[in-house]
Design a protein around this ligand. Structure first.
Ligand SMILES: C[S@@+](CC[C@H](N)C(=O)[O-])C[C@H]1O[C@@H](n2cnc3c(N)ncnc32)[C@H](O)[C@@H]1O
Length: 176
């Protein structure tokens, strides 16, 4: 479904034009985690930036094209190919992050299983950013988090912490 090289190229072009493409990683780093699971890591752009700051990271994704690019960019990081709904790494991470609309790209109707799968790996908090104009609402997401034992702690409109006011994007922080 994905083309990892094309996907990464878009971000490389943005970075080259001076855009800060590390807003998600900066947001995650504010929680000072020692370990992070990048759930739906794609080409690994968030995980790689976190690793560059000394954080232990694992990336997981279902798409082989995205993962192949991640492996090429950062062979030293552990990249796991798995459906997040089935993921079982047998451990937790201080932070689990889903950046880049991950719940919108999973099979429709399976978001509850996706959230349950990632929630198993939450040691402290789950962070997710996704658009709200594509049929999956924050109310749906909060319900799926609650079913997985996670409570809403904070919600913002952007990765740089603009206040959430029922707009079309949300960055949600749920705690165990
Ligand atoms: C738009 S990309 C975001 C990639 C990366 N997080 C980023 O921000 O650049 C969405 C990713 O979610 C992954 N994804 C969606 N549903 C998934 C699932 N159920 N299991 C594993 N990966 C999934 C896709 O394969 C894709 O790589």
């Amino acid at each position: 479904m994905w083309n990892g090289a094309d996907y990464q190229q878009r971000f490389d072009a943005l970075a080259a034009s001076g855009v800060d493409v590390h807003g998600e990683a900066t947001f995650v780093r504010a929680f000072a985690p020692k370990s992070v699971l990048d759930a739906g890591c794609g080409t690994g752009r968030v995980a790689i930036e976190l690793a560059a700051h000394g954080i232990e990271v694992v990336g997981a994704d279902l798409d082989e094209s995205m993962l192949a690019h991640a492996r090429e960019l950062a062979p030293g990081i552990t990249w796991v190919r798995s459906d997040l709904a089935e993921l079982d790494l047998g451990r937790t991470f201080d932070v689990v992050v889903m950046a880049g609309n991950v719940p919108l790209f999973t099979e429709p109707g399976t978001q509850d299983r996706l959230v349950a799968g990632v929630a198993k790996h939450v040691g402290s908090i789950l962070i997710a950013g996704f658009s709200l104009d594509r049929g999956y609402s924050v109310a749906d997401y909060d319900q799926h988090c609650a079913q997985a034992g996670l409570k809403l702690a904070e919600r913002f409109a952007t990765w740089d912490r603009a206040p959430f006011q029922d707009g079309d994007y949300a960055v949600s922080v749920h705690a165990s």
